[in-house]
Design a protein around this ligand. Structure first.
Ligand SMILES: O=C(O)CCC(=O)C(=O)O
Length: 286
């Protein structure tokens, strides 16, 4: 959409991208049956989360485990990262093995309805909770944006079980319905739910839902991959436009590229030198 010659008297008049290149491009989420997505949205509205079982094959989980294992060197720097938890940041700059998780149609279909067009990837991490780890501090993922609750979510997260999640190996613990809370914090009276699910499954939850990594009292590691997303007008947790090279940005899917920041939130949020960031890659928009 281009801006015409009429004078601009309100911000709404600046509807298009100043580079004249902005479009609401359809995402890969469009291929999911709308009845399925409506059911997911109803669950999110009611509970704050939805669980999708067995989206990945055993072979895909094996490949992720194998690829990620050599980087699992050090444990967390504080109890939030987890003293017995290993985290790998900036996964997109290291490997393509998790791309399918980031732009999975089931995830995009829900994000398309939950967030504004051109929402961004905010984080992609592998999280390996080792035996002996204590439960993580309960939190909600958009809590670091200083916008008071109650409110709509500013972000959303997926946690993919690469190992099976059991009640005692550190399965993510959620507080169903807590996405609607105002200022209150979780207490001992609140019912929490360990997300028990087979390897290859995914829990999707809104950024206002209170949750945390569970305690691992088992003898085995619990490997997960988390992809988190935010509104296109917010600063993502991980600065992907700095950590992911232009060669990698060219090689990933159009959906991931857009979520890395090669997109515009109209009229000009995300522009580079006044132009659409895709020009840096020499890629034409569809
Ligand atoms: O690993 C998990 O299950 C949850 C981790 C988490 O919520 C976080 O680190 O923000």
């Amino acid at each position: 959409m281009t801006i015409d010659d009429e004078s601009v008297t309100t911000l709404e008049d600046l509807r298009g991208d100043l580079a004249g290149r902005y479009k609401f491009t359809a995402t890969g989420g469009g291929c999911v049956d709308s009845a399925v997505v409506e059911a997911d949205m109803a669950a999110l509205d009611r509970d704050g989360y939805v669980i999708w079982e067995n989206l990945l094959s055993a072979e895909e989980c094996r490949r992720i485990r194998e690829e990620v294992r050599p980087w699992l060197g050090h444990t967390g720097r504080n109890s939030f990262e987890g003293r017995r938890t290993q985290r790998i940041y900036s996964v997109l700059s290291r490997t393509r093995v998790c791309d399918r998780l980031v732009d999975h149609p089931r995830v995009l279909a829900v994000l398309d309805r939950l967030l504004m067009p051109n929402y961004l990837l905010s984080a992609l991490q592998a999280i390996n909770i080792q035996p002996g780890e204590a439960a993580q501090l309960p939190h909600h993922d958009d809590g670091f944006y200083p916008v008071p609750r109650p409110r709509d979510p500013l972000a959303a997260a997926t946690i993919w079980a690469i190992d099976e999640f059991t009640a005692d190996n550190g399965a993510t613990v959620l507080i169903p319905g807590s996405h609607r809370w105002g200022k209150r914090r979780p207490g001992p009276e609140d019912q929490s739910l360990p997300v028990v699910m087979p390897a290859g499954s995914c829990v999707f939850f809104v950024g206002t839902l209170w949750h945390g990594g569970g305690a691992n009292t088992s003898a085995c590691d619990r490997l997960a991959v988390t992809a988190q997303y935010c509104e296109p007008w917010l600063r993502p947790m991980e600065a992907f436009s700095l950590s992911v090279s232009r060669d990698i940005a060219r090689s990933v899917s159009a959906d991931i590229r857009r979520m890395l920041g090669y997109s515009i939130h109209p009229p000009f949020v995300g522009a580079v030198d006044g132009l659409h960031p895709l020009r840096l890659l020499g890629i034409e928009q569809d």
